[in-house]
Structure formats: structure tokens, C-alpha cells
Write a protein that binds this ligand. Structure first.
Ligand code: URP
Ligand code: ZN
Length: 464
């Protein structure tokens, strides 16, 4: 047995100052004001915050995108996740055109099993809609995949139509599942992109210019009409804007079972990262992701929504492509592989810009980085909370040190980070995955545990 002693312990029932967590084998045996038992190992957590291990609600590991494959696979991506205090990842198993949902699931299981060093579960991303998917979704639920994803963006590759969204939501509702939506109006994005390219506008600046906020808002409003017809739970993935948040808040006030995920990039970065309209330096291609970065005012609106309960969890949309050898091959923004890394820094960045900066309290931090995702994706109370009987997935975070992000110090298998040079307050000190100490005083252990597949249960759609 090990006692993590004397920290600020964050539980769903409240915060315990000078509290302790007793780990027995792979689970938590007790939480409270505990004294060491005879012969028990003690880890001094004085001055530190003891939190549930992070749950990454949104990542793409080993994803094929056109001719490229993401730089991180399940081995490197989950290693980076663990180093950063995330003990569970929910990746998007992807059904490609013509494949069954089962094929998508089984391919992703092969990619992850035996390689992942954090625990993992899957959402199932559908790149098209076919009527037989309604019954195939039932097969997925039986295998522990209860959340699905559809794209309202990416015309000519993954975008689905409104009637298809209605059919998918109806099927999902009947199965007790949920669907996450990439909310951008794909037809209008496509029209703006074609017009920009025809005008010779090829730089990353035009990636953002061709995906304006209003197209996120329109997609959310339209989704809400369709979801209202289906009366189905659903969520918005990687919410990027204040007006998009307002659309969600309106829908929630009207009784919609919608929740929202945002990402560190939309909370910390902004559109200035793309540089001026003529600049095509390689570094700005790092920010070619969809939705694009927005204005500084959007960041503040998202922080407020996160604190207020209109945004329920923070995933990263980790989708890593190297600048050299991948993003540099494209001749324009429209062909630049979309996505950015972030899986390793999520917990530290959210602590620093959230709690240390006074925008979130530690309880809300635990909710938006772990507990709410565990509940929404049917993993609670096994995951996402420091509770007796739960898996001993624990992050010991030291809130005192200040450090600077350098890609060379990260474990992500990619040649850049969008957060290069960011000053961070608070550091991941120790991480336990099911009782195995995976990070020791800031360093990954030599021997890492093997991650296990987590079948997800029925989503708890009441999260706030
Ligand atoms: O740019 C992004 N977000 N790439 C990953 C795919 C997606 O849209 O989630
Ligand atoms: Zn994504």
C-alpha cells in the first residue's frame, strides 16, 4: 500500500486540505485525513495538489489523413499523455469510406492494444452515413463504444448532410449513446477556400479567413434544430468561439441536451499566430487546424463558459503532423495537414492559465480535465475521481514552479509545439496509472504500465 499524504486532495465531494489518498494495488482504498499504517510507503504531497489523472476526451493517434499519418501513434502519444498527467485517452477510431463501423473499431484496437501506456477508449468517427450504420452502432455500443462523431465540415471527404445527421441522432438516442459534432458549415468553407485559392491566396492566414466564426455558429444552430427534432443527446467538439458558445448556451437554456468541449488552443492562442496575409513561414503552418484560432475575445468567452458550466470538458484534438516532412509539403493552406499537438501539456496549461491565473478553482479544474469527461463518456466512477474503489489514476501537481515550454523537453513525437515559449506555473510531479507510478518527480519512469481498453458505458448527459 502507498499513502499519498498531506496534499490538497480534490474529490467530487469537496477539497480536503492536508488530505491523503491510500492506494492498494490498482485501486484507491481510502481518501481523507489518513495516517500511515505500519509498513506503508508514504509519498509526501505537502504543498501539492492531488487530483484525478486527466482524461483526454479528444485525440487522433495513428490517424491516416490523406497521404500522411499523424506523427504520434498510441505508443508515443500515450507516453506523452502520461508525462503530462493524463492517464486515460479517448481516441477517435475512424471508419473510412466503404468500411463498416466494426472495421474502424477493430483497426483502432490493433493500433492501440499492446502499444498504449495509458488506458484508452474510443469514440467512433463516421466519415459518411449509410442506413445500415443504425444497426452497426448497436454493435459498437455492445463493444463499449457509446459515443460517435460526425463532421459538418470537410466537404467531399467526411461531411454529412442534415438528413443524415437526423438519422444518426435518432439511432444514437435509441441506443442511449451520444454523438460529437465538428461544427463548421462545410459547404461554405469549401466555397470560401476555392475563392481564396482562385485569387492566389495560399498562406496560413487564409486558412483562418476562409473558416470564419459565423460558420461555426451556423453549424451549431442548425445542429440544434436537427437534434431538437431527434430529441437526442449530443455534444460539440472543439468549440472555438464566443458566438458558438452563446449558441450553445441558448440551446441549453431552451432544454437541449447539448454539452461542449473546448481545447487549450482556443483558450490560450489566437488568430495573430497566423501572421500577416502574405506570410508563409513554416512556423505559422503549425496553427493550420480546424476550426482555426479565433480572436482574443473568444478566448475570454470560452474561459467564462468553462467556469460557468456551459463548457463541460477540455480535450486537446491532439493531431500531430511534423512541420518538416509533413506540413511543409503542401503548396497552400488548403492542402496542409490539419491539426496540432497538445496531449502532453493540457493539464499543465489548464492549471496555469486556469487556476493559477484565477479563472478556475481546483474543483472546477478537476471537473473539466477529468471528472466530467469520465461521466459523459460512461467511465465514472472507475475513472475521473479520487474515490474509494476507483482506479488509482492520480496526478500530483506542484503549483509552485514556473517553467517555460520547450519542444525539446516534451515526449510528443513531433517537431514543434504551438505553446513554444509559454511560461507555465505549476508542474506535473507524480502520476499514477492504476497504482503504477508512471511519473516520478517530473520524470517518466523507466518501466511504464500497459494501457488497457476501457469499454464506455451509458453517457451521463447531466454534466455541467
Ligand atoms: O484540425 C484538426 N482539428 N484536425 C483533426 C480532425 C478534426 O477535425 O478533429
Ligand atoms: Zn479532432
Amino acid at each position: 500500500m502507498t499513502l499519498l499524504q498531506g496534499g490538497l486532495v480534490v474529490t467530487p465531494d469537496g477539497i480536503i486540505e492536508g488530505g491523503s489518498v491510500r492506494v492498494q494495488g490498482e485501486t484507491i482504498a481510502a481518501v481523507g485525513l489518513l495516517e500511515p499504517e505500519r509498513g506503508e510507503d508514504v509519498l509526501d504531497c505537502a504543498g501539492c495538489v492531488v487530483l484525478p489523472g486527466g482524461i483526454e476526451s479528444h485525440c487522433h493517434l495513428d490517424l491516416e489523413a490523406g497521404a500522411e499519418v499523424t506523427a504520434d501513434d498510441f505508443a508515443t502519444g500515450t507516453r506523452a499523455a502520461l508525462a503530462g498527467g493524463t492517464t486515460t485517452v479517448l481516441d477517435f477510431a475512424t471508419q473510412f469510406h466503404g468500411q463498416s463501423l466494426a472495421t474502424g473499431f477493430e483497426r483502432w484496437m490493433e493500433k492501440a492494444a499492446g502499444r498504449a501506456v495509458a488506458d484508452f477508449g474510443f469514440h467512433l468517427a463516421m466519415t459518411e452515413w449509410r442506413p445500415e450504420f443504425a444497426s452497426e452502432m448497436a454493435g459498437m455500443v455492445a463493444r463499449g463504444v457509446t459515443s460517435f462523431k460526425l463532421y459538418m465540415a470537410y466537404r467531399h471527404s467526411m461531411m454529412v448532410e442534415d438528413d443524415e445527421i437526423l438519422a444518426a441522432l435518432t439511432a444514437s438516442r435509441d441506443l442511449g449513446g451520444t454523438i460529437g459534432f465538428h461544427c463548421e458549415n462545410g459547404r461554405l468553407v469549401d466555397a470560401l477556400v476555392q475563392a481564396a485559392l482562385a485569387a492566389g491566396h495560399t498562406t496560413p492566414y487564409h486558412h483562418a479567413a476562409t473558416r470564419p466564426t459565423v460558420l461555426e455558429v451556423e453549424a451549431i444552430d442548425r445542429l440544434e434544430v436537427i437534434a431538437g427534432l431527434a430529441r437526442a443527446p449530443h455534444y460539440v467538439v472543439h468549440l472555438s468561439s464566443g458566438p458558438g458558445l452563446a449558441a450553445i448556451a441558448r440551446a441549453r437554456a431552451g432544454g437541449s441536451a447539448v454539452v461542449a468541449e473546448t481545447c487549450p488552443q482556443y483558450l490560450l492562442l489566437d488568430v495573430a499566430a497566423y501572421g500577416d496575409p502574405d506570410a508563409d513561414d513554416l512556423a505559422s503552418r503549425a496553427f493550420v487546424m480546424s476550426p482555426p484560432l479565433r480572436k482574443a475575445a473568444d478566448r475570454e468567452a470560452l474561459w467564462a463558459g468553462l467556469a460557468a458550466g456551459d463548457v463541460q470538458f477540455v480535450g486537446t484534438d491532439h493531431c500531430s503532423f511534423n512541420l518538416v516532412g509533413q506540413k511543409d509539403k503542401a503548396t497552400d493552406f488548403a492542402h496542409t495537414p490539419n491539426g496540432a499537438p497538445g496531449i502532453e501539456l493540457r493539464m499543465a496549461l489548464l492549471w496555469s492559465a486556469g487556476v493559477a491565473a484565477g479563472r478556475l478553482d481546483p474543483a472546477r479544474y478537476a471537473a473539466v480535465t477529468a471528472t466530467n469527461a469520465a461521466r459523459y463518456f460512461g467511465l465514472y466512477p472507475r475513472k475521473g475521481a479520487l474515490l474509494p474503489g476507483a482506479d488509482a489514476d492520480i496526478l500530483v501537481l506542484d503549483p509552485r514552479p514556473t517553467w517555460t515550454v520547450r519542444v525539446a523537453d516534451l515526449h510528443e513525437n513531433v517537431d514543434h509545439t504551438p505553446y513554444e515559449g509559454t511560461e507555465v506555473t505549476g508542474r506535473v510531479r507524480d502520476v499514477f496509472l492504476r497504482g503504477h507510478r508512471a511519473v516520478v518527480d517530473g520524470h517518466l519512469a523507466d518501466e511504464l504500465p500497459q494501457g488497457v481498453f476501457l469499454p464506455c458505458g451509458t453517457p451521463d448527459t447531466s454534466v455541467v
